[in-house]
Design a protein. Structure first.
Length: 79
């Protein structure tokens, strides 16, 4: 049985929901990571991702989405 590979799309600059929907449509598993990066970046915009765009991964792989989010001015960083 051959395992199918897909190229990770460039998600940076997309809205979080749009990025998540795209990954799901490609058979990839989005993992959200909420990070407040910059007050000048709009809320819910992807600022970073892992793996990088254009990397080939197996279908069903996790893709981390790091996006700007503000919990009422409180900075939250994942462990």
């Amino acid at each position: 049985m051959q395992v199918e590979k897909v190229r990770v799309p460039n998600l940076v600059g997309m809205q979080g929901r749009q990025a998540r929907d795209l990954l799901l449509s490609m058979g990839l598993n989005p993992k959200n990571d909420l990070v407040r990066a910059n007050a000048n970046v709009k809320k819910d915009i992807v600022i970073r991702q892992s793996p990088d765009p254009n990397k080939e991964v197996l279908k069903g792989s996790n893709v981390e989405i790091h996006y700007n989010y503000d919990f009422n001015g409180i900075l939250w960083k994942p462990h």
